[in-house]
Write a protein that binds this ligand. Structure first.
Ligand code: ADP
Length: 557
């Protein structure tokens, strides 16, 4: 801006000064020319009258200085010339001023030299005898006068340039200061040039719009991060170079990575080969999935490219916790193999014995014992199949709406104990039922299975002549059923696993005791089906107590 102002000032000044010089030179030239013409005319009149009186003698005796005086006869021949030899001068009648004087008594003319630098001014007057006196003087021409003024002109222009420079700086600062002082965030029209008012108004409007958009943007960003922060799944959005643009805390927790404030790429969150390949596939435009194991469990990573017009602009990565799914999958596989194994064992025995019987390889006296074995194995098979059916029913019913009925837990326990009386008596185990009639809403069949399995275990794993007791009680909103026995107890190391399917504490000892390893699984499922909990307390050598807590719900009318 300063440069522009400077150039403008200097151009205007230059033009003004040049025009002024031209004008002044022209005016002074005109004035000088007029004065000298008048002077020449007077000199010519005076010399002409002197020659009229004294003749050529006056001319010979007078020194005319710079003036050139020529006397020309009526026929145009030069009689006298103050600066040249008259003999060498040609006929002068063709000179404009001479011709005019001969015709009208007086004439004047002006002629430029070849270089145009000088100008000769002539004035002529006719004498009474028809001859003509001409007086000439040399003057500087207009260009010569200009050239003479060139030096002061250059000095003036230099001075002008310096002044313009200083002036331009001062003026531009003065002009620019109010503009620089404009508060762009809060532009006020009254504090600046009024010419800038429309611009500032527009600026104010735009500021308002930008502020509103910024607030909206911030709000939607906050909403986005609030939403994503509440997600249990991990979410990462990255650019096409895998630089993380946005992410939620779950992503870091699930991958077991630490959150850094500085920029980093998705690759830094997990160093495994599968993860790297999965991200690279997404960066290459292909949706990709992988399973990775972290200290916290199993994770499923889904990386998708964010495409626009066939170009990958970034990637979106989802991280899911699939630990439970994976565990269930493992359990399912183990369950299948356990079931096949458990079914195979009694079947092999039954097959072997019946084969021997069919081939007549058994002595008649051994037949009853072997038939008893077949019956025992068939019993095992039936129990196993019943347990599997119960469990798969529970699995199916999980999540399905409950067909609730009012169940009196005390009465149920009483019924279970009476059904188990035979096996209790076989082992000389005594049973006791205490507590109150507590009613819960639930499935009688499932609750029966829960109490039956606990009481069955209390007899099976009890010592000869031992006892077990069932206590039904309640606290506000909760029914409690405790089945405790005086058996061998369960070592602490096994307590965490006894509810797993097919888990049996002492396999060799348990083999002698009829069981499938599914009883407590059925208990756990049955209790959780009713929204309750089951816990075990056991002391080796003293006994075990299972406590089932069930919510007491009122039937909705
Ligand atoms: P099982 O069909 O073998 O009884 P369960 O799932 O009912 O299977 O029990 C799992 C294991 O827990 C049993 O094999 C047994 O070792 C142990 N257990 C269960 N109940 C008792 C108990 N009351 N006293 C001692 N051990 C028990």
């Amino acid at each position: 801006m300063t440069k522009k102002i400077f150039l403008s000032i200097i151009t205007v000044s230059f033009l003004a000064v040049t025009a002024a010089i031209f004008l002044l030179t022209g005016v002074s030239y005109r004035y000088a020319a007029d004065t000298s013409a008048e002077h020449l005319r007077q000199s010519c009149t005076m010399i002409a009258s002197a020659v009229e009186q004294s003749g050529g003698r006056y001319l010979d005796e007078t020194d005319f200085g710079e003036l050139r005086v020529t006397w020309i006869s009526a026929k145009g021949r030069v009689i006298f010339d103050s600066q040249h030899d008259p003999v060498q001068l040609d006929d002068h009648s063709d000179r404009q001023e001479v011709g005019e004087a001969m015709r009208s008594g007086e004439g004047s003319s002006a002629r430029y030299s070849d270089t145009l630098m000088t100008r000769t001014v002539n004035h002529a007057r006719r004498l009474s005898d028809g001859s003509v006196i001409r007086v000439s003087a040399e003057q500087r021409s207009f260009p010569a006068l200009l050239l003479k003024n060139l030096q002061p002109l250059a000095v003036m222009l230099t001075a002008l340039a310096l002044c313009s420079f200083g002036l331009a700086i001062l003026i531009s600062r003065h002009i620019v200061r109010p503009i620089n002082n404009i508060d762009l965030d809060h532009p006020k029209t009254e504090k600046s040039y009024k010419e800038l008012a429309p611009l500032l108004k527009k600026l104010r409007k735009q500021n308002g719009r930008i502020n509103r958009q910024m607030i909206e943007l911030r709000q939607s960003r906050e909403q986005f991060s609030l939403t994503t922060e509440s997600m249990s799944e991990g979410l990462i959005v990255a650019d096409q170079k895998a630089n993380i643009l946005t992410s939620n805390t779950s992503a870091y927790t699930l991958l077991g990575a630490e959150k850094h404030d500085s920029d980093h790429t998705v690759f830094s969150l997990c160093r495994t080969e599968q993860f790297r390949r999965c991200i690279q596939n997404a960066m290459g435009g292909r949706r990709s999935e992988c399973l990775i194991s972290t200290d916290g469990g199993e994770r499923k990573v889904i990386a998708s490219p964010a495409n626009s017009h066939d170009t990958v602009n970034g990637i979106v990565v989802f991280i899911l916790d699939v630990t439970e799914q994976q565990q269930l999958e493992t359990m399912r596989r183990e369950f299948t193999s356990n079931v096949s194994h458990e079914l195979k064992t009694p079947l092999t025995t039954i097959y072997g014995i019946s084969d021997m019987l069919a081939n007549g390889m058994v002595k008649p006296e051994d037949v009853p014992a072997l038939s008893g074995d077949i019956r025992h194995e068939a019993d095992r098979l039936i129990t196993l199949i019943n347990d599997i059916v119960s469990l798969s029913k529970l699995d199916e019913e999980e999540g399905a709406p409950r067909q609730d009925e009012e169940v009196d837990l005390y009465e149920l326990a009483e019924d279970v104990i009476s059904r188990l009386r035979m096996s209790a008596e076989e082992k000389h185990v005594t049973a006791e039922l205490t507590g109150d009639h507590v009613t819960v809403l639930g499935s009688r069949t499932i609750l029966d299975e829960v109490i039956y399995n606990l009481c069955d275990n209390a007899i099976k794993y009890n010592n000869e002549g031992g006892s077990f007791s069932v206590k039904v009680s309640h606290i506000p909103m909760k029914a409690i059923v405790t089945v405790s026995d005086t058996g061998a107890g369960i070592p602490e190391a096994h307590l965490g696993r006894i509810f797993e399917r097919f888990y049996r504490v002492d396999k060799s000892r348990s083999r002698k005791i009829k069981g499938t390893g599914l009883g407590l699984s059925i208990v756990k499922h049955g209790v959780s089906y009713h929204g309750g909990t089951v816990r075990v307390d056991s002391t080796v050598g003293k006994g075990t107590a299972f406590t089932v807590e069930l919510p007491i719900e009122k039937r909705r009318t």
